[in-house]
Design a protein around this ligand. Structure first.
Ligand SMILES: Nc1ncnc2c1ncn2[C@@H]1O[C@H](COP(=O)(O)OP(=O)(O)OP(=O)(O)O)[C@@H](O)[C@H]1O
Length: 510
């Protein structure tokens, strides 16, 4: 006996379900079999018409629209439908906090687990006051049928062209079906789908494998790259929490302000100047920013760039979502304030006497801080890149081609820089990286020793009021020196080392 059921409880029955019912008919000769059928029929008679009626009534009162996004495009090539993967990425973020049935897999970068909606799992989203219902459907042999939209307008994006879950779907087809009320169509088609795409791109950018590009003697006229896999994050950065939050808010606002920058007619770029003594975390901060925003890093070695034209070509070949970093800008170009005052011997003497800092490029040292003659814009020994060349390229056409870019300069001597280089609008955010505070020390203690409190913390705090230590100095002391000790013993030994080195420093400064 086969029951001519196609719809049941809003769910399309598959051959699997029908088979189950006819198999049960073989038990008809037994009393248990009759009782079973009688119970089932009574149940169906009471449920199916009511459900059907309610569904019809609901669709009259609140007509729905369904959009199906198939995994493969409907053309003969069965190419990937990128929108399907964008929806998957978008929903995986939404689902990880809400859905009950999730599929887990290793992410593209191999470092984390991604979660996606399991077959027939539903997800509700809320956007601009509109409720949106997503369901994942799969025709894989293991799937027990798929929830299919019924009496409503239906759109397909990619895919086999049949109604979601219907017989026309390709065997093994996977799709997401979006359902919403007809009255919300303008918002959904106009804005929601773009929002899904945009958010998915952000998430994909964050999880993709990013690169560190360098130019230098061994990369010819272009960039050479390696995988960027720096573990730094804002969580592990030793810095006063309010300052850290301000920076993170600024970065997040920047990365979400594409339309705003377009509206005010400015290139979508932002300049950061990180300044402070060596070992205060400037490079670490750049890595944390790159990880936070999911950007590639271009470590621009200006002294290895032959000319302004070469510099323009290098910058023109950077990708969108990039941080262009010029470390130790005071060593890379003739950019000191003294350039502005050629006849001022006192000024010139002051910066000339300052210890010059060499820059490492693939193991070679370069430093040009004492190069050039008095007056005018000078060229350093190896490079013909000039300050005005750099500024013209950064401010000029390069900055308006393509998407978001951060430009970061670092220096140990901010006071020496030409004001033109660091004025607001060029270097929008100036961040002083300074000696460690006690709050900063506690972040490092948590990172390195996994402790929030310790009886020796008081001694460290007292010493920090008297001597200046960089986070790099502290980090060095907090590195456990042996594996053969309990965590508690390691923590005590490291803190004692730190106290000892700070006490020595205090003695030396007296
Ligand atoms: N603020 C910080 N938070 C966490 N770790 C830090 C911090 N500052 C320094 N460190 C540690 O010290 C090491 C050196 O720091 P980093 O290279 O970032 O300093 P820097 O300011 O860029 O130095 P330089 O001016 O010499 O280039 C880092 O690898 C990191 O382990």
């Amino acid at each position: 006996m086969k029951l001519p059921l196609t719809m049941m409880g809003g769910r399309q029955m598959t051959s699997g379900n029908t088979m189950f019912l006819s198999d049960m008919g073989m038990m008809g000769s037994t009393l248990a079999g009759y009782l079973f059928w009688w119970g089932s029929l009574t149940h169906l008679a009471s449920i199916v018409p009511i459900r059907g009626f309610i569904r019809r009534l609901k669709s009259r009162l609140y007509p729905e629209i369904h959009i199906t996004v198939h995994e493969q495009n409907g053309d003969k090539s069965f190419s990937r439908n990128e929108l399907y993967y964008a929806v998957e990425t978008y929903l995986s973020e939404l689902a990880s906090g809400k859905a009950n049935n999730l599929k887990a897999a290793i992410s593209n970068n191999g470092r984390s687990v991604t979660l996606a909606l399991d077959n027939r799992e539903k997800m509700v989203d809320f956007f601009d006051g509109v409720h949106l219902h997503w369901v994942h459907q799969s025709d894989s042999p293991s799937a027990n049928g798929a929830a299919g939209p019924s009496e409503a307008a239906h759109f397909f994006v990619g895919g086999g062209g049949g109604r979601g879950g219907g017989a026309a779907s390709t065997r093994g087809d996977k799709r997401y079906v979006l359902t919403f009320l007809r009255r919300d169509r303008p918002q959904v088609v106009g804005r929601y789908l773009s929002h899904v795409l945009e958010r998915a791109r952000e998430l994909q950018a964050k999880s993709r494998k990013r690169k560190l590009y360098t130019n230098g003697p061994y990369s010819g006229a272009g960039w050479s790259s390696v995988l960027f896999d720096h573990p730094a994050s804002f969580d592990t950065l030793a810095m006063e929490p309010p300052q850290k939050k301000r920076i993170m808010d600024d970065l997040m606002t920047f990365s979400k302000s594409k339309d705003y920058y377009a509206k005010i007619g400015r290139a979508w770029k932002r300049g950061y100047l990180l300044h402070g003594p060596p070992g205060t975390g400037k490079s670490t901060m750049i890595a944390a920013i790159a990880n936070f925003l999911g950007y590639d890093v271009y470590d621009l070695e200006l002294t290895a760039v032959g000319s302004n034209t070469e510099l323009r070509n290098l910058l023109a070949s950077t990708t969108t979502k990039a941080i262009v970093v010029v470390e130790d800008i005071d060593c890379s170009l003739e950019v000191t304030a003294a350039r502005k005052a050629p006849g001022n011997a006192r000024t010139r003497g002051r910066w000339k006497d300052a210890p010059s800092k060499s820059k490492r490029i693939n193991g070679m040292n370069y430093c040009f801080s004492d190069s050039g003659n008095e007056g005018g814009e000078k060229k350093n020994k190896k490079s013909e890149v000039t300050l005005s060349g750099l500024l013209n390229i950064i401010d000029g056409l390069w900055s308006v081609c393509g998407g978001e870019r951060l430009i970061v300069f670092t220096t140990n001597h901010v006071e020496k820089l030409d004001p033109a280089l660091i004025r607001k609008g060029r270097m929008d955010v100036h961040i002083e990286m300074s000696y460690s505070t006690f709050e900063g020390f506690k972040i490092l203690a948590k990172n390195y020793l996994d402790i929030d409190h310790h009886p020796l913390f008081d001694a460290v705090e007292r010493l920090m009021e008297e001597v200046k230590v960089t986070p790099a100095d502290i980090a060095e002391q907090l590195m456990p020196k042996t594996l053969d000790a309990t965590p508690a013993d390691k923590a005590s030994a490291c803190l004692q080392d730190l106290i000892q080195s700070m006490t020595k420093l205090k003695g030396a400064r007296k």
